[in-house]
Design a protein around this ligand. Structure first.
Ligand code: ACO
Length: 272
């Protein structure tokens, strides 16, 4: 399936789907219409057979300059129904749809990333940035708090010191710093970012998709559980995986390692 949008672009490349915010002239600031389109795209991409890995990024020089201050805030301030609809779509795609996406997700932060864009970065399983990218929790400069769930995102993702420092000062930081404070996994020069991101996507693409899905759900959901809850949850999850795994990953892997001696798990995925 495919669809045509005005504010985003979906591009498929042999199993990897690039989902890009596409308002480069406004640094990909998020308008209500962009939110509706992202919410729609992530809904069908979740079940799209051509999509094995999803990369979220921005067209042009920016990743995303946060909420569109004119279209999202000013133009809906006297239209509570439209504001509520936009808010619902905004929260839906930036968090729920990405977190629950059944395939691996990578945020590729290619340039400015501000405010509400942090939520989408935190929602992705993996995040890479350009060394030159600029991150900023600029809300304090607008007289607002990091809302939506941005404060919750940074409290969960960053150390208390870094979350407080960047939220309270509003000071921008670059991709290298984002990697140092673990907002992203690592950064590379902008010139290498696309190729590096695709390399990681191809590694994920080769793995058993059922195992990947259950792995990301396991790691995501054990946060906040007690040891006993996690032990119980993971045991049930493993059982469920063996039930749904149409590729029989565990049996196949063991047979390739123990019987055929054709595969060493330390070096990669089993051969389907
Ligand atoms: N909302 C609406 N329009 C925006 C936004 C935004 N968040 N960000 C950029 N734009 C528009 C600019 O107004 C400008 O429009 P114009 O050409 O009609 O004048 C256009 O995008 C290009 O922006 P520039 O500022 O000229 O681009 P530059 O590359 O110099 O700077 C940067 C990019 C750093 C992202 C700058 O635009 C900026 O600081 N934007 C605001 C970032 C921000 O604080 N976002 C809000 C976070 S709070 C929240 O999300 C709740």
């Amino acid at each position: 399936m495919s669809a045509t949008y005005e504010n985003i672009v979906v591009e498929k490349d042999d199993g990897v789907t690039w989902l890009s915010l596409n308002r480069p002239e406004k640094r990909n600031a998020m308008s209500p219409q962009l939110h509706y389109e992202m919410d729609d795209a992530l809904r069908w991409l979740a079940h799209d057979k051509d999509t094995r890995v999803l990369i979220l990024t921005g067209k042009g020089q920016a990743f995303c300059a946060g909420q569109d201050l004119k279209l999202y805030f000013r133009e809906t301030q006297n239209n509570p129904e439209e504001r509520a609809r936009a808010q619902q779509a905004s929260n839906s795609w930036r968090w729920h749809r990405i977190v629950n996406f059944p395939k691996p997700t990578i945020a590729m932060v290619n340039g400015p990333c501000f405010g509400g864009a942090f939520t989408a970065v935190c929602a992705c399983d993996i995040a890479l940035a350009a060394d030159e990218a600029t991150f900023g929790l600029s809300e304090v400069n607008w007289g607002v708090i990091p809302g939506g769930i941005v404060s919750w995102n940074i409290a969960e993702m960053l150390s208390h010191r870094d979350a407080m420092f960047y939220a309270m000062t509003g000071l921008p930081f670059d991709g290298r710093k984002a990697a140092e404070i673990k907002l992203v996994n690592y950064s590379v020069p902008l010139a290498d970012l696309r190729e590096e991101t695709l390399k990681i996507a191809r590694i994920l693409q080769e793995k058993n998709p059922f195992t990947l899905r259950y792995t990301k759900e396991a790691v995501r959901h054990v946060r906040g559980m007690s040891h006993d809850q996690a032990y119980n949850f993971l045991a049930a999850k493993l059982q469920a995986l063996q039930h749904v795994d149409k590729e029989g990953g565990m049996q196949k892997g063991m047979s390739q390692f123990l019987d055929d001696k054709s595969y060493k798990p330390g070096f990669g995925a089993f051969k389907p």
